[in-house]
Ligand binder design. Structure first.
Ligand code: ADP
Ligand code: MG
Length: 597
């Protein structure tokens, strides 16, 4: 389609498209003239498609010309309808395209097309000025030469005057135009990847009014033109894909959440009525791993979580339950974590030794492309609102060590470095594993002497399980039998009582819809236990045997969360005495394991 025709058809669309008898886009263009200045008009592609499908198709196939034509049309309307000539060029931004791609689906067939991609932002660069229109002036004859620059290509320089041939040409900064420029990286959301798949990423460019609209960890839907550029540093031509972003918006909750149909809901409600529902859930976690009832129960509670609260003074109390498994090599810690990462909705499996610059938390690092600083999100930020399964926590970097306390308790990560200051959300449940410092675990010695993690960090975990590999004839033969049956493919051994698909939905449903309130009796139960433990801790310290982790208000909060999670597992709106007792029993179990006596 000729450009002139496209402009005409856009003018018609803007003038005539109505919603509830109001001219929607004429209204939007008129709004540009009101007090709050805007520099974009957003256009729902579906609207255009219903009005002029041919033109809508042009936007997808030839976006550079199409978007330019839409912007010209906006200028015409501003001039004709509203008699304004003095406004800067307005961007036409398209959203709601017919197809949404994952980053891993972007291919050669999309080059120079307008595409819509969904993912999570992992890093953003600083905002810098970009010369959109460079004006070069010849110092000898005064000739001015204008070069429109493309943000995804290198800077195009004019070295020789087109009129007199002089080489005395310089960039005139005052006459050139600049816009804000920012790059970001987007990768597939963890829940869209099948177990073990490496997430792919793509870099995008934001210009002008859409810079600074997203932070690492945000889940977004972007539309943009896919460009390929040759990487200049390489000798052999290597290309990389860059998305020249046209529109960016946060992903709406509906798209993100697991779809739970009314039939699913009925199944979930039915399941919750089972008397043995808690046992059935626990049994469905890592059935290939023998035993470890308590560990599995702790993990089940973490999957459901307690209820987060915001106090009147604005303090936020987390609802997330953090669980740590410490123990000898070969006791199935890694296996359990991997298994849970496949089961939990929105989970990331990673290691403390993670090779990414951002590690577990976040970092400001140098960007090889722009040379500036970028803010990059680590696992805890990327799993915001979900679960981080962290193996070998004790191997984490010193930088992670210094900020992970904040991440586990306040559930934010603050970065302040090289002009970048930001606070990222990390409302993430952490289920982690750590190995003992010296080969094997010794029950007689305090926990903190044996693992390379500070006691202050250990105290952030609601439950710490110690898994010791002690020879035990009866248990050993049972484990051996179990492993052999699993290896032989005896399916009833490894089939979970509740299918993963249903359990995942059950968890998502419970977290969204059930917010249990603590009953008077449950409160009484927790209080009684807490006071008793404090008393015995005091006695213990008088006898010089210092508890590795003294009972503090932190454990009290943990008990509340665990009780809430237990009620949630049953989809109960009330935390009963029984829920509190179960929580206490489990905490008792973990404390007994790590007691020094
Ligand atoms: P860790 O991370 O604790 O060092 P792994 O998760 O790598 O241990 O487990 C080592 C192996 O032992 C795995 O193949 C695991 O399946 C097996 N294993 C250990 N304990 C059990 C158990 N209780 N039930 C089933 N398999 C087990
Ligand atoms: Mg391991």
């Amino acid at each position: 389609m000729e450009r002139e025709e496209m402009i005409e058809r856009f003018v018609k669309f803007f003038r005539e498209y109505t919603e509830e008898e109001e001219p929607l886009y004429l209204g939007k263009i008129k709004d540009l003239l009101t007090v709050t200045p805007k520099r974009s008009v957003t256009i729902n592609w579906m609207h255009l498609n219903s009005y002029d499908p041919e033109l809508a198709n042009e936007i997808l196939e030839h976006p550079e010309e199409g978007i330019g034509a839409a912007e010209d049309a906006i200028q015409i309307i501003l001039r004709e309808e509203f008699l304004r000539e003095d406004l800067p060029r307005i961007h036409a931004r398209f959203h709601n395209l017919p197809e949404t791609l994952l980053v891993k689906d972007i291919g050669a067939e999309h080059i120079n097309k307008l595409i819509q991609v969904e993912g999570v932002i992992t890093r953003v660069t600083e905002i810098k000025p970009f010369v959109s229109k460079a004006v070069f002036v010849c110092k000898d004859c005064g000739n001015e030469m204008v070069v429109t620059q493309r943000p995804y290509e290198g800077f195009t320089v004019i070295k020789k005057c087109e009129v007199c041939g002089s080489k005395n040409v310089t960039l005139d900064v005052d006459k050139s135009s600049f816009v804000n420029f920012q790059m970001f990286r987007i990768q597939d959301r963890p829940e869209t990847l099948k177990g073990g798949q490496m997430p792919r990423f793509i870099d995008g460019i934001l210009l002008d009014d859409i810079v600074d609209t997203a932070m690492p960890g945000d889940r977004v839907l972007v539309t943009g033109i896919l460009r390929v550029v040759q990487e200049r540093r390489e000798k052999t031509p290597v290309f990389r894909k860059i998305l020249e972003v046209n529109h960016i918006e946060p992903v709406s909750r509906e798209i993100e959440e697991l779809e739970i149909t009314p039939e699913d809901e009925q199944k979930i409600r039915e399941l919750a009525k089972r008397k043995d529902i808690v046992e059935a859930i626990v049994d469905s976690i890592a059935p290939a791993i023998y035993g470890y009832r308590e560990v599995k129960k702790g993990i089940a509670l973490a999957l459901f979580g307690g209820v987060p609260r915001t106090l009147p003074d604005g303090t936020r109390l987390r609802g997330d339950i953090h669980v740590l498994l410490v123990g000898d090599p070969g006791v199935a810690k890694s296996q359990i974590l991997r298994y849970v990462s496949n089961l939990a909705p929105r989970a990331i499996y990673t290691s403390g030794k993670s090779s990414s610059a951002a590690g577990l938390t976040a970092a400001a690092v140098r960007d090889e492309f722009t040379g500036g600083w970028v803010l990059e999100a680590g696992a805890l930020v990327l799993a915001d609102g979900g679960y981080a399964l962290i193996d070998e926590l004790d191997k984490m970097s010193d930088r992670d060590r210094s900020v992970i306390h904040e991440a586990l308790e306040q559930q934010t990560i603050s970065i302040s470095k090289a002009g970048i200051t930001a606070t990222l959300n990390a409302r993430t449940t952490v289920i982690a594993a750590a190995n003992p410092k010296h080969g094997r675990f010794n029950r007689m010695k305090p926990l903190f002497e044996q693992i390379d993690l500070p006691p202050t960090l250990l105290s952030r975990f609601d439950l710490i399980f110690v898994l010791v590999d002690e020879p035990d004839e009866k248990l050993d033969s049972e484990i051996a039998r179990h492993i052999l049956r699993v290896r032989r493919g005896e399916s009833e051994v490894v089939t979970p009582k509740i299918s993963h698909e249903l359990l995942r939905k059950y968890i998502a449903y419970a977290k969204k819809n059930v917010h249990p309130v603590i009953s008077e009796e449950a409160m009484e139960e927790i209080e009684k236990y807490y006071v008793r433990m404090r008393r015995s801790a005091k006695k213990g310290s008088e006898n010089e045997g210092i508890r590795p982790i003294p009972i503090t208000a932190r454990q009290l909060e943990a008990l509340i969360r665990l009780s809430e999670a237990h009620a949630r597992m049953r989809l109960s709106p009330i935390v009963t005495r029984e829920d509190a007792r179960e929580a206490i029993k489990l905490m008792e179990y973990t404390l007994r394991q790590i007691a020094t006596d």
